[in-house]
Design a protein around this ligand. Structure first.
Ligand code: GLC
Length: 828
């Protein structure tokens, strides 16, 4: 097809432009310039493209001439209202960084301003009855990520997926759909850079990344709004940040959520929980949380406690608190249909809070407690009612809550969920008050369940950070809950899958995620469990959990040798807590994932050639490189992106030392990828007690003395490891760990930088931000890559320093600088 020839040039906003196609088949597109984009008609097609920000364009496509309702469960209202400045062009418009062209038939092309294609329609939207299909060209260079924790490997290219939240007990590493629907994917490798697309449609949707036709990316659905958001990069980091802005940043979790968490379906009594806590403390496995699964309840009824096995919840939570352990309790959404003596049913029935059958009766179906009813979380008033149910457990001292089974899962039915014609009475946000059937609400039901929980907890304890864990969710669900990957299995395959799921969740907005360490179904071999602990220790949420009837998987179960390795990794996690917490702060402010694919910060890693299917970075600074085949003793190559790396465990340069490069010093939180000198390969021989971890040259890594729980204040100085290299920096972050005081300034944040000088290294502490005084009074600095003795001065005064020639370190301790300070290290 020849290029579209436009008949007229735009002169005034809102002046219709006629565009004539050079060929007869596609309908000519008529463009009407708008202040914020363009309206397009092409035959029966009518659509609006709205620039919400420089790199974000919303595409709304009308059906039968009518636009979908301007409402969303995913995209924040203020983001939908935001507008970028656009300049109308003959065939579309430009923003400060993007060119949008409309071709024949209304086909859309997104380009950079200098004409590199980011994404181009292969054909205009196709609408067939209620269903629709969007088709984009798929260059051979593109790869796809995101879509939440879907299985099938890290890269979505060549595969197809369906979004339909599904209780998927024992899912395999290829099953789809599973629990969540996050209809947002990201692409790398297009000529114009990375981009993402959020298809904001809560109905069942599907995505085909070149599976049926290698040259075409197609996605669509059988029903629902044709409403998508195009998010330009050009870096993957910028796409991720823009997506976080659109759908909401995950709130900063309580610090204890980053500690080790022990769970089991189920610890059967308060006594058993006490015994687990005793054992963890006796074995000195640092722990922050023990989880209470369904058996703590009375006959599986949510918001009850078994009076025999859990006779005194306040006493249990107090005893645990004394040991620095919090309790998280499951509170499933199904409410037992018990007519008398069960307050959640009585109050819910009184308020008419439950999902209906088409005939107006309450929909009733079996789940754990037997016959149950289901809150209509699409009504603001029902969410408010649900939130009040947490009052008692909060008063009893329960610290966090687990919303499970919220696909929603229904027993004894082949569909595993509600009938599609059940009725939800939508009365929320910008939606017109109306009913919607389960086809529309299914994928967003779990997210609204967590919203009700989160908002309810906040209302009950306005100054506490709520902690909610969910299984099902939708785009934007990170605003309310952390998540885990559901009922995985105790296999090596699932250990591999878990890494890929956590990476893709992070790219999909969910920075806080977990996979059950050990695998939920089945029983792990001792080696598998140990490896899972090692890798789990570097994932955002670190929870050991297993199914009823399976072998026990607490850290000690395989004897002292395995325990020693597992404990060592849990301990390392706690030493790294200041780094984890700074990453959590960074995530809440910018949306940067905590765990990332290596190519996120190091794009060239994608083409380095090693099998990187298990590699990931924790923030930008740490590269974790488990064996790509963790079950095999085969040696493997780790590809270290250009710039230089240190071995985390020895502190020595990894691979061949190269000249450290210095560049402009920027914030550690910067998302801009950096590339320096040559990259390296390191050959690794798998050993069960070793997990290769590398530190980027140019890192200032905060760590702390070992504690047994985040409730314990570390004693001694903060530890700061300096690994000289380009763009050398690190961030210290601290607050009280549990309240929202940090939002009112009660936090401590300080950026530390280092730079190579002719005589050595200078370390500068920026002025601090925030009003909180951190726990550390002193900072123990270890400068790596240092040969021989050194002379250290702080703001002119000299300090004692100890060098270790074999470790290539220089160590010294400074008083924690409350304001900007400079430390100079020079060769003696
Ligand atoms: C579901 C959850 C699992 C939990 C169990 C009992 O299978 O996915 O984690 O242990 O229900 O509540």
């Amino acid at each position: 097809m020849k290029r579209l020839i436009l008949a007229a040039l735009l002169t005034t906003a809102a002046l219709p432009l006629s565009a004539t196609a050079a060929t007869a088949t596609p309908q000519a597109a008529v463009l009407t310039a708008q202040r914020d984009g363009v309206e397009v008609t092409a035959g029966a097609l009518k659509m609006r493209l709205i620039a919400l920000a420089d790199g974000v364009v919303r595409v709304r496509i009308a059906r039968d001439g009518a636009y979908p309702e301007d409402a969303s469960w995913a995209v924040l209202p203020e983001q939908r209202k935001a507008r970028a400045t656009v300049t109308a062009t003959a065939d579309g418009f430009t923003t400060a960084s993007l060119r949008v062209r409309i071709g024949a038939g209304g086909a859309i092309t997104f380009e950079t301003l200098d004409g590199k294609v980011i994404s181009a329609d292969a054909a205009p939207v196709a609408i067939d009855g209620k269903s629709f299909t969007l088709r984009k060209s798929l260059p051979i260079t593109e790869h796809f990520y995101g879509l939440g924790d879907k299985t099938g490997g890290l890269d979505r290219r060549g595969k197809e997926f369906v979004d339909w939240n599904t209780d998927a007990f024992g899912f395999t590493s290829a099953d789809d759909p599973i629990y969540k629907s996050i209809p947002f994917f990201l692409s790398t490798g297009a000529p114009g850079g990375s981009y993402g697309i959020l298809l904001d449609n809560t109905y069942r949707t599907w995505f085909d990344f070149g599976h049926r036709d290698a040259d075409t990316l197609t996605f669509g659905g059988p029903d629902g709004p044709i409403d998508y958001y195009f998010v330009a990069g050009p870096s993957l980091a910028e796409v991720t940040r823009r997506y976080a802005d659109l759908t909401g940043h995950a709130p900063l979790a309580p610090k204890w959520a980053l500690g080790y968490q022990q769970s089991r379906y189920s610890y059967m009594s308060a006594d058993e929980i006490r015994e687990i806590a005793r054992h963890l403390r006796a074995d000195r496995v640092p722990t922050d949380v023990i989880w209470m699964d369904i058996d703590y309840q009375d006959r599986n009824r949510p918001f009850t406690t078994n009076p025999t096995t859990f006779p005194d919840l306040p006493k249990l939570t107090a005893d645990m608190k004394a040991q620095g352990i919090k309790l998280v309790a499951i509170t499933d959404l199904h409410i037992a249909k018990v007519e008398t003596g069960y307050a959640p049913y009585t109050s819910g029935k009184r308020g008419d809070e439950f999902v209906k059958n088409p005939d107006g009766t309450d929909y009733v179906a079996p789940v754990w407690p037997g016959a149950s009813v289901f809150p209509d979380f699409t009504q603001t008033k029902s969410r408010t009612w649900w939130g009040t149910l947490y009052k008692g457990f909060l008063e009893d001292g329960i610290a966090g809550f687990w919303n499970d089974m919220n696909e929603p899962a229904i027993f004894n039915t082949p569909t595993k969920t509600m009938p599609l014609d059940t009725v939800h009475r939508i009365a929320s946000d910008d939606f017109a008050p109306r009913t919607g059937d389960h086809r529309e609400i299914h994928n967003v039901y779990g997210m609204q369940n967590t919203r009700a929980t989160y908002d309810g907890l906040l209302k009950l304890r306005p100054n506490e950070r709520p902690f909610v864990m969910t299984r099902a969710s939708y785009a934007g669900g990170q605003r309310y809950a952390v998540t885990w990957t559901g009922d995985n299995s105790a296999t090596w395959d699932h250990l591999k899958l878990s890494v890929q799921q956590i990476i893709n969740l992070g790219l999909s907005g969910f920075a806080y995620s977990a996979a059950d360490v050990s695998g939920f179904a089945g029983g792990p071999s001792p080696d598998l469990l140990t490896r899972w602990f090692e890798i789990g220790a570097f994932t955002p949420v670190f929870r050991d959990h297993s199914a009823t009837g399976t072998p026990r998987v607490e850290p000690w179960v395989d004897g002292p040798d395995h325990l020693a390795i597992r404990r060592r990794f849990v301990e390392e996690r706690y030493r790294l807590m200041p780094y984890f917490y700074a990453l959590a702060d960074q995530n809440s402010r910018f949306g940067d994932p905590i765990v990332r694919p290596v190519f996120y910060d190091y794009p060239s890693a994608a083409s380095m050639g090693c099998n990187q299917s298990m590699a990931f970075t924790l923030g930008k600074a740490l590269l974790i490189a488990p064996p790509p085949s963790p079950e095999s003793p085969q040696t493997y190559d780790v590809c270290l992106p250009a710039g230089g790396w240190y071995d985390y465990w020895t502190g020595l340069r990894a691979g061949t030392p190269e000249a450290a490069t210095t560049g402009p010093i920027q914030s550690a939180t910067q998302a801009v990828p950096t590339e320096h000198a040559k990259s390296e390969r390191v050959l690794e021989t798998p050993r069960l007690d070793r997990l290769p971890v590398f530190v980027r040259a140019g890192t200032i890594l905060p760590r702390q003395p070992l504690v047994q729980s985040t409730a314990q204040t570390p004693s001694g100085p903060l530890m700061l490891d300096i690994y000289p290299g380009g763009e050398c920096s690190g961030t210290l972050y601290e607050d009280d760990g549990t309240t929202l005081g940090y939002q009112r300034g009660a936090f401590f944040r300080q950026t530390v930088r280092c730079a190579a000088t002719a005589a050595g290294v200078t370390v500068t502490f920026d002025g601090k931000e925030g009003s909180l005084a951190p726990w550390w009074k002193q900072i123990a600095v270890t400068l790596h890559g240092w040969q021989g003795p050194g002379r250290v001065t702080q703001n002119g005064a000299s300090l004692g320093a100890e060098s270790d020639v074999s470790a290539q370190t220089l160590r010294f301790t400074i008083a924690a600088p409350g304001k900007a300070a400079r430390v100079t290290i020079e060769k003696n």
